[in-house]
Write a protein that binds this ligand. Structure first.
Ligand code: BTN
Length: 244
């Protein structure tokens, strides 16, 4: 696999998209020490300090329908959570749709972007930011109470290269498993690692807020929310708060 390593870029996702347009190969990896325009989900910014964390994007050409792209994000969450657990012992869990949390605090975010036609993915870029060696003071004030890093959790600094290596090895395993055996084995693992299922949640979507019981996640990665009136609401995007 090709590895593209940069000191500073606007966003590794954007670099990966440019590489896609230049015909870069499946599995190309973009890593950067600094992002000046790091992007989060739902149009938000992703701030992360230089040298302290891991941020990368993978360029993939998955042979599936655009409607199944969320499966790749879920593969990513599973691989990241397991790599973090195995390598550091920190009990990272998955919060729907694709955040990693440690005891309620966010340690990793994933942003998937794709270019697709009706029935074909042209390319897919999955980007992840994992908080590794930040101190709490390194986080912007708005997220200081809800973020954490591996260093905060463990009290020691971690070597980022061997951690990234472990992440990519885990990733390759789960991505291949997904390609060869389909989504059900991924979904089962995702559910096992989930910390936002079978509990009361509040969900903020663009223009509405929902409260209910997080009952299940379906084959498209949508959350099935049991409402107080007994109805079942299917949600494809949103922000979950667990402190209901
Ligand atoms: C989120 O939780 O909102 C998603 C955050 C995703 C951040 C990563 S860092 C590497 C890649 N490049 C970006 O600009 N964003 C993703």
């Amino acid at each position: 696999h090709e590895v593209y390593y940069y000191d500073s870029v606007s966003s590794t996702n954007d670099v990966a998209k440019e590489l896609a347009l230049q015909g870069a190969r499946d599995g190309s990896l973009v890593v950067a020490e600094e992002q000046t325009g790091g992007k989060g989900r739902l149009g938000r910014e992703w701030y992360s300090p230089k040298y302290k964390d891991i941020k990368f994007s993978l360029l993939l050409y998955p042979p599936v329908n655009p409607s199944e792209a969320s499966q790749v994000t879920m593969v990513t969450a599973v691989a990241m959570a397991l790599a973090v657990r195995k390598k550091t012992g920190v009990p990272a869990g998955i919060k729907w749709p694709n955040d990693l949390l440690v005891e309620g605090r966010k340690i990793c975010g994933i942003l998937t972007e794709m270019s697709a036609e009706l029935d074909k993915i042209n390319y897919l870029v999955v980007g992840a930011g994992l908080n590794v060696n930040q101190e709490l003071a390194d986080f912007p004030e708005e997220v200081r109470d809800i973020a954490t890093s591996l260093k905060v959790e463990k009290g020691v600094e971690l070597a980022r290269v061997s951690l990234l290596q472990a992440i990519l090895e885990e990733y390759e395993q789960w991505y291949m498993l997904w390609l060869e055996q389909g989504f059900s084995v991924i979904l089962a693992k995702w559910k096992e690692l989930s910390v936002s299922l079978h509990c009361p949640v509040r969900i903020h979507t663009l223009n509405k807020s929902w409260e209910g019981w997080a009952e299940d996640v379906d084959a498209d990665g949508a959350l099935l929310l049991r409402l107080p009136d007994g109805g079942l609401q299917r949600l494809i995007a949103g922000d979950v708060s667990l402190r209901v």
